[in-house]
Ligand binder design. Sequence first.
Ligand code: NAP
Length: 308
Amino acid sequence: MEKVIIIGSGPAGYTAALYASRANLNPLLIDGPQPGGQLTTTTLVENFPGFPEGIQGPELMENMKKQAASFGTRYKTGFVTKVDFSKRPFKLWVDEKEELETEAVIISTGASAKYGGVPREMEMVGHGVSACATCDGFFFKNQEIAVVGGGDSAMEEANFLTKFGKSVTIIHRREEFRASKIMLERAKANPKIKWMLNSAITELEGEKELTGLKVKDLKSNAVKSYPFTGLFFAIGHTPNTSIFKGQLNMDEVGYLKLPQPPKTVTNIEGVFAAGDVADHYYRQAISAAGMGCMAAIEAERWLSEQGK
Ligand code: NAP
């Protein structure tokens, strides 16, 4: 029987593990399909406080992992495929077979940025392709940047990227936008933003670094090459919550709902959630880490109230 199991290994999970292990809860962290989380797909992280020169995303996550391990966090490699939160102790299954029991759970499974399905896009992540303007915009100073999407994220990211790029072009597959009127108007009023509507990217150019994009006009089917050296997908995130469906309350997109904010407890006592899995608004490593700390403190207090 475990006291606390932490599911997921991004900044939220590792910070929860650090606090839970320092509270003598001897936590077990199950790292999931992408150990280290979204930051392992980025390069230089310049907005995590404490690193005036910046730090590489994978190194930051490795440091967090080591720090939590030094206080006794145990790690298990695997993927939680099923949970039963209907009664205590809670049950979890790892890789469909191994059954674990625990008094408390901290969910920090994160969210995955969606990419567009263009050939070679994942190879080019970190080499011109990104799904996070806040993380990577700075690297595209004075470059021609493309942003894919027609929702609020695309408008927000495009506006943000105009601080860096020579120009920012929004490439959207339709003429209508999902973006709210105010966000759309703000983008339209920005003189550095250009528009390519009814358009879809068909090919990424460049061997190692992005040197251009082939874009298809979806009305005429004509394909033309453009010299974009930065490509940001802003087509939404998918919270990694499918295994909790029917047990935990979530919004229509799948983000976990926390009924007692700023607390991290979910609709089930003893089950806490931290980081992007329950936050579509801030989505930052530092805010996820903060929530991880909060979840561990709440779990520790809840367990002691239960006499555990
Ligand atoms: P979203 O509203 O779902 O918009 C996604 C956009 O990406 C849509 O325009 C969609 O096109 C396009 N898209 C989806 N898959 C695509 C693909 N494979 N190829 C090309 N285009 C694709 O997502 P979001 O913009 O991330 O926003 C998510 C939620 O967060 C929304 O509720 C939004 O209001 C909120 N949000 C709020 C703010 C803010 O208020 N500051 C900022 C960001 C996000 P179609 O329209 O053709 O389907």
